[in-house]
Design a protein. Sequence first.
Length: 216
Amino acid sequence: MEAERARLSDQLIAAEQEERRRIALFLHDVPVQSMSGIALMLDGVGEAIDRGADAEARRILGMALARQRETIRELRNLSFALEPVVLRDQGFGPAVAALAEQVGLSHRIQVDLDVGAGEALSEQAQATLYQIIRGAIDQAVRRGPPTRITVRVASLDGGGVEAVIADDSPGERRRRSFDELEERARALQGSVSVETSPDGAGTAVRVTLPSYRAQS
C-alpha cells in the first residue's frame, strides 16, 4: 500500500512539473516575445518623433497597441485555461457550458452537452476533466473545424466516471496531442483513448477516471 501511494505521488508530482514546464514555455515563446516586440516598436515611435515623422510614429504606435491587445488576450486565455472563474464560482456544468458557448459562437459549431454527472466529482477531478475537454475541443477545431461536437460525462458502476468528447472533424489526430491529454488524466490515475471513425470523418476521445480519484 505504501509503495502504491508513493508511486501515485510520484506520478502526480511529475504531471505538475510537466504542466509548469508547458506554462513556462508558453510564457517565454508567446507573451514575453510579444512584449519584447512591443518595446522595440515603442523605441521606433520615439525615434520617429525625434525625426519629426509624426505619421510614421502613429503607424508604429498603432501596431504596438494591436500587439499589446493580442498579448492581453493570450494571457487572459491562459488564466482562463488554468482555472476558469466560472468553474470555481459556479461549478463544472456552467464552466463546460460557457466553454461550449464560446467555441460555438467563435467557430459556428454546434456543441451538445450532457455533463450533469460531472457535478459529483471532486474539485481536482472537475478541474482536470475540464482541461481535458477543453484540450480535446481545441484539437478538433484545429483539425477541422468540425460542424458538431458532443460532450458527455457519465457515472460508471463502482463510482468512476467516463467522459466522451466526439466530433465530426476530418483529419488524423496527432500523437503529441493525444499524449498531452493522457498526461492530464494520469495526474488522477485515469486513462484516455482515441477512437477514429473508419472513414476518417470523426474522432471520439474517451476519458475514464477511477472512483478513488474522481470522488476523493
